[in-house]
Design a protein around this ligand. Structure first.
Ligand SMILES: [Ca+2]
Length: 437
């Protein structure tokens, strides 16, 4: 599983962007079943990554935040390293109590390697058998090791992957070693979720040089250079598998955990209509599925969702019995293998603040819910602070979501019907999903 970190759906060559440099991902796309209209449930790292791990929506897995209560600001300013670590561990039960993809695969004999982004403490907490992230400060400070100094001078793991974050940015060797160790004797699963093209934008000059002579706005260049750097690692990984004749027997899934567009003036900041937002630049991602000899390279324009990926992988490896009733996604394998067309379905998600106020009660803390049905998208405010605005957008005629049609009389029944879809998906007064420690 290859997961881009903070890359908007429109920043791939195969998605029609003629400037961004993604030759390796484009080659992957050429040989994949392509789902250009994919969605993540929430437009920020941790909740979205937990969906890739579980096949559940954030209100089901309960990990709807990046940081547990009392929130990152308080944790940074007031806590010792031990208190910080204990506070982060209060959320461990959420992932420990769920049959995650690596946990299920490991139960069926797979070796499962975690590299890169991982917010759930140690790799073991989520059920991986091998991994780089330990939930502890790494051996050096910096964003690239997810390790920070508290105000009392002690070091803490920020929580986003610590020592695992060097994958891709500094080395691919842990993945290559793992593949070499397991390929001949055991089925394996690799979680390659590098901290790229996420900030810090510190790509070497060579990744800037690929854009020489192009008319790209200055504020986009560091992000685009980081994308070129990420793309090169995707090429390296696929070449490695190819050189070892593993591609015929390896399913490759590609997606981004959330979108990102650079802020026009603030360095390394994001545009407010991308990451963490309810708009397409935050929520939408292409999904690619490659499996030589099984999957047909083709476009599937229907709406799909990252909740579909756990059922897809479990179907592909013959573990249909491990798909639980709580998983609302569908396997994309029948469409990817050209056996059955993909049905047209609405896709759903919800928007939360970055920090949780309390654990186990997502319905109290949701800023709003969203549904896309056909080319319309409805946003409905929730009970949390800074609720999103009730909005209806026609993405076909207004792809940048600037014309709110929610109050237009001719769309009244559409708004009502889509609101009912949302209530069938997750009525906020239904507390059955809430997860107590
Ligand atoms: Ca991310």
């Amino acid at each position: 599983m290859i997961l881009a970190d903070d890359q908007a759906y429109r920043d791939f060559g195969f998605m029609g962007n003629e400037q961004v440099h993604t030759p390796n991902i484009d080659r992957l796309a050429e040989t994949s079943a392509r789902y250009p209209n994919g969605y993540v449930p929430m437009s920020v790292c941790r909740p979205s990554l937990a969906t890739f791990l579980t096949g559940l929506y954030p209100h089901q897995h309960g990990i709807h935040f990046n940081h547990p209560p009392p929130g990152l600001g308080v944790m940074r300013k007031t806590m010792t390293a031990a208190q910080y670590e204990q506070t982060r561990a209060t959320a461990d039960y959420l992932i420990e109590d769920i049959p995650t993809l690596p946990r299920v695969l490991a139960q069926h004999g797979y070796a499962c390697l975690q590299t890169g982004k991982h917010w759930e403490g140690s790799y073991k907490t989520a059920g991986f058998t091998h991994g780089m992230t330990l939930g502890k400060p790494a051996s050096r400070l910096g964003a690239v090791t997810g390790t920070r100094e508290q105000s009392n001078g002690e070091w803490v793991a920020h929580g986003n992957g610590d020592a695992g974050l060097v994958i891709g940015r500094e080395t691919m060797q842990p993945i290559f070693d793992f593949v070499d160790e397991h390929a001949d004797r055991q089925p394996f699963f690799v979680w390659y979720a590098p901290f790229m093209p996420h900030t810090p934008f510190d790509a070497a000059q060579q990744y800037h040089d690929v854009y020489a002579g192009q008319s790209i706005p200055d504020h986009m260049r560091p992000y685009y250079a980081e994308i070129a750097r990420f793309d090169e690692t995707v090429g390296a990984l696929i070449s490695y598998l190819s050189d070892r004749q593993l591609l015929d027997n390896t399913l490759i899934v590609f997606a981004a955990d959330n979108g990102f567009r650079p802020h026009k003036t603030k360095q390394e900041a994001y545009d407010s209509r991308s990451k963490l937002s309810q708009f397409e630049d935050g929520l939408r991602t292409p999904i690619l599925i490659r499996w030589n000899g099984h999957v047909k390279a083709a476009d599937h324009p229907q709406l799909v969702h990252t909740v579909d990926l756990v059922p897809t992988v479990l179907s592909a490896v013959g573990l249909l019995d491990e798909i639980t009733p709580r998983m609302n996604g569908i396997s994309l394998l029948p469409s990817a293998t050209d056996k059955e067309p993909l049905p047209n379905r609405p896709v759903f998600g919800s928007i939360y603040p970055n920090d949780a106020v309390v654990l186990g009660a997502p319905s109290q803390h949701v800023r709003g819910r969203w549904v896309r049905d056909g080319h319309f998208k409805l946003l409905v405010p929730g009970p949390a602070k800074k609720p999103i605005t009730l909005s209806l957008f026609d993405l076909k005629n207004d792809p940048s979501e600037t014309m709110n049609l929610a109050a237009v009389a001719e769309h009244a029944s559409r708004v009502e019907n889509m609101r009912q879809l949302l209530d069938q998906w997750w009525p906020l007064n239904d507390h059955n999903h809430e997860i107590k420690p």
